[in-house]
Design a protein around this ligand. Structure first.
Ligand SMILES: Cc1cc2nc3c(=O)[nH]c(=O)nc-3n(C[C@H](O)[C@H](O)[C@H](O)COP(=O)(O)O)c2cc1C
Length: 371
């Protein structure tokens, strides 16, 4: 019923306004409502679905359900208080960068409804790490597991060591506070201005090793997940992971980020012809993400915990990722198109699918296709 109201009444109104404005207002409203316990209890009573079959302990963290909010929606940590009421099992803020960046020129967001996709041209808009940490201010004990995605400040660097140092500074700040349960290292943002002139990059094995060696000087004491590219070949992805596997503080991988290629068959031809500058989320990412999940799971099994991300709109989409090898799932675009009630709906339907297949817990279904 709530989903129906969102899709038929609320979404058509919201979609009449520029996506950038709707997103900014949504964050402000979420921040405001998150301070009101009655509203949170009310939202929880109508949206939040709980079922023991969805519980998992992953890398020492208890997840009430496997569906999380991916990095990119709550980039400056406005929704920490409201999101548990919506029904997410966990939540990544960011990507946060060491220094502030006001974002690329607007529009930073666009909609491709026929393609079930969003156009993203933010370029790591961020208040900067120090301001974000100041804003969060304390660890929330009543919250769902909270992660922070960290990437390099969007500026020009002379050499890759400087870019690695920028990320090092961010981690150094984050490790001094105890606000987060896990970290994401984003090496795959496809629309940064800062990498064109560099010989090595974080997405080639040499540049990636430079970054990981630099971070090894720190004591990264919480699970860390690498956010991977969607459009890299399986061979290139596995060669990056052959570097990552040597660093035991790397817990897992997130497959995957946005796509760039406009010839993707999931796009509606007219929509993609008229799309502005940027990269794409939603259904055009799904096949890439699913394929990489399977290939990485087959090769690495338990060495890397996989978080599946890309094109999840319903429980069947999430279940597919789990059966391919994802222990957890993340999403953004499905929530924009289907409304916030979709989180509870996905969890409820996922519990049904698991029961139907005879599983007692979501973990039993992880990687089922390859067993
Ligand atoms: C508006 C928007 C902003 C995003 N910004 C980031 C980001 O800052 N860092 C990141 O790792 N991924 C970012 N992403 C990518 C998402 O985390 C996710 O990988 C991708 O959208 C595929 O998931 P989806 O189809 O469920 O949206 C962004 C996606 C969207 C839609």
């Amino acid at each position: 019923m709530i989903g129906f109201i969102y899709r038929k009444i609320i979404k058509p109104i919201l979609f009449k306004f520029p996506a950038d404005d709707v997103h900014t207002h949504f964050l402000k409203m979420g921040n405001y409502l998150g301070k009101n316990n009655s509203i949170k209890n009310f939202l929880s009573s109508i949206l939040h679905y709980k079922n023991i079959i969805l519980n998992q302990k992953v890398a020492g963290i208890n997840f009430e359900n496997p569906i999380g909010l991916a990095a990119g929606f709550d980039y400056d940590a406005d929704l920490i208080e409201i999101l548990p009421s919506i029904g997410f099992g966990y939540h990544s803020i960011g990507t946060v960068t060491n220094l502030a960046y006001e974002g690329n020129p607007r529009p930073m967001l666009g909609r491709l409804p026929k393609s079930r996709s969003l156009l993203v041209n933010k370029g790591f808009k961020s208040m900067g790490m120090s301001s974000v940490l100041k804003k969060i201010n304390k660890r929330r004990t009543d919250s769902i597991p909270l992660g922070i995605s960290i990437g390099s400040t969007n500026k020009t660097y002379k050499k890759i060591e400087d870019m690695a140092e920028d990320i090092y500074f961010s981690f150094d700040k984050v490790l001094k506070v105890d606000y987060f349960d896990y970290f994401e290292l984003n090496i795959s943002c496809p629309n940064l201005i800062n990498v064109e002139n560099l010989k090595e990059k974080f997405d080639d094995p040499v540049g990636f090793a430079i970054l990981l060696n630099k971070l090894s000087y720190l004591n990264i004491n919480k699970p860390l997940f690498i956010k991977m590219h969607a459009e890299k070949s399986v061979k290139d992805t596995l060669s990056l992971l052959s570097v990552a596997e040597n660093y035991k503080w790397i817990t897992g991988v997130i497959m995957s980020n946005l796509v760039k290629n406009r010839n993707n068959k999931s796009f509606d031809k007219d929509e993609i012809k008229n799309a502005g500058r940027g990269n794409f989320s939603g259904k055009p990412t799904e096949e890439f993400s699913n394929n990489l999940i399977s290939e990485v799971y087959k090769k690495y099994k338990d060495r890397f915990i996989i978080i599946g991300c890309g094109g999840v709109f319903n429980a069947a989409d999430a279940y597919e990722k789990i059966k391919r090898g994802a222990t957890l799932v993340q999403m953004i675009t499905g929530m924009i198109y289907e409304g916030p009630s979709v989180i509870g709906e996905i969890n409820k339907d996922l519990a049904k699918l698991l029961k139907k297949d005879g599983y007692k817990s979501v973990s039993e279904a992880v990687g089922k296709y390859h067993k």
